[in-house]
Ligand binder design. Structure first.
Ligand code: UD1
Length: 418
């Protein structure tokens, strides 16, 4: 398993381009299953999770070709309507094939994703939504089986604004008979991107980006062409990399409006951050203050930036209270940050970070999930000496060429292949 060795203490400076959003590319790739023919998608990042999606699409009979960051997906009738445990266990987002397969072909069989490092992550909201549209759902032998002669639109109230469930139901409803209204829908920018692609295919989704989504079902969708939005989590991570090392870093080809909650928190901590429509710059600051942060659905502070922001807070002055409200077990980076010298007391959903500016020292640490691994890399950038982050495959699931990007900005790090 590859490791990342980081030689801490370098100040990062310069500008860097952000890749396409993983969390947008994944549902849009699955949405291709709604329309037979050839889809062309640009700005698709090179990531392990995207490769897993390609593999699943291929098992579902699609021809997938990648040329640089453009992917073409040629969809034809699948030989089977099944997503096996082998793929789903690697990538929970595989559940997103359920809606499109059910809507297009009338049935689907998808392995239950099971637990994962950051919590139990159930799929009840996805399944209840499908039932509301008229699907018959059974779960047996570790698989969800969904069937429906036809899906019929209805009003669905989500008990919480699940991103994945909003996407899955939006896709299913786009080929249902009649109109579906999702109340308390997720408002993430990736939802808007998916809605835009469905509409390009001839769908009728309105209200994406607000908490009420209206989907007027159509008889047929037709493949189209689309450019995936920039990755706001990668952009935020790179901005924090600049901040934590006291450098001036500009992230380019991003949408700062999509990670405004982070920018506001950086400013509250004392950083100067400027933005244009498609770039954000953080400026050097020697001392910053600890600020409290609570994760929340968009436009709140994203749970996917919580671990990285906590790394920054370990170097702030004073105390910062980090509260995680989305996932119940998303503090696994805490013990690893403590191994580097951070002073953090974790409780169930709250972590109290007492800043120790300049107090981190390199050590071997272990990545436990995607964003936790980014947090450890950020801490390693400022820790004295060498930090080795193990299980770096987590990072490869969601960050395109992170080590190259950080190196371009002046970091010293290397991948140890094992
Ligand atoms: C997506 C993102 C992930 C991000 C998360 C929250 C993708 C591929 N992944 O994950 O990076 O961290 O949004 O912004 O886009 N829940 C239920 N029942 C359900 C579904 C969800 O109880 O059926 C709960 C989850 O356990 C969690 C919360 O709802 O506590 C939010 O989860 P959700 O928004 O669904 O996250 P994902 O779509 O899995």
């Amino acid at each position: 398993m590859d490791k990342m060795k980081i030689y801490g203490g370098k100040t990062l400076n310069g500008s860097i381009y952000v890749s396409g959003a993983k969390n947008s590319a994944l549902p849009i790739l699955f949405s291709t299953l709604l329309a037979q023919g050839k889809h062309t998608l640009h700005n698709v990042p090179r990531l392990a999770d995207i490769d897993s999606t390609f593999l699943l699409l291929k098992e579902l009979g699609c021809k997938v070709l990648r040329d640089g960051n453009t992917a073409t997906v040629e969809v034809s009738r699948p030989p089977s309507l099944e997503a096996t445990y082998d793929i789903v266990r690697k990538m929970r987002a595989s559940i997103l094939c359920l809606g499109p397969l059910l809507a297009h072909y009338g049935s689907a069989r998808v392995s239950l994703p099971g637990g994962c490092a950051i919590g139990t992550r159930p799929i009840d909201i996805h399944l209840d939504g499908m039932k509301e549209l008229g699907a018959e759902i059974t779960t047996q032998s570790g698989y969800v089986e969904a069937r429906a002669k036809k899906l019929v639109g209805g009003t669905i109230l989500f008990e919480n604004p699940s991103v994945g469930a909003t996407e899955n139901i939006m896709m299913a409803a786009s080929l249902a008979e009649g109109t579906t209204v999702i109340e308390n829908a997720a408002k993430e920018p990736e939802i808007v991107d998916l809605a835009n692609y469905i509409n390009k295919m001839g769908g009728r989704v309105e209200g994406a980006g607000s908490s009420i989504l209206t989907i007027v079902g159509v008889k047929k969708l037709t493949p189209s062409e689309h450019t995936i939005i920039p990755d706001r989590i990668e952009a935020g991570t790179l901005l924090i990399a600049g901040a934590i090392t006291g450098g001036e870093v500009t992230v380019k080809s991003c949408h700062p409006k999509d990670f405004e909650a982070l920018i506001l928190k950086l400013r509250e901590a004392g950083f100067k951050v400027t933005t244009t429509e498609d770039s954000a710059t953080v400026y050097p600051l020697k001392k910053w203050k600890g600020v409290d942060v609570t994760t929340a659905p968009h436009p709140g502070f994203p749970t996917d930036l919580q671990a990285q922001f906590m790394a920054l807070m370990t170097q702030g002055e004073g105390t910062s209270v980090v509260t995680e409200t989305i996932f119940e077990n998303r503090f696994m980076h805490v013990q690893e940050l403590v191994r580097l010298g951070a002073d953090i007391t974790p409780k169930t959903r709250v972590a109290v970070v007492r800043g120790v500016p300049g107090g981190l020292t390199g050590a071997p640490v272990m990545a436990t999930d995607l964003r936790a691994s980014a947090s450890l890399v950020l801490a390693g950038l400022v820790a004295k000496g060498e930090t080795t982050v193990g299980r770096i495959y987590h990072l490869d699931r969601g960050y395109e060429a992170l080590e190259n990007k950080l190196t371009q900005l002046g970091a010293r790090l290397e991948r140890l292949r094992e």
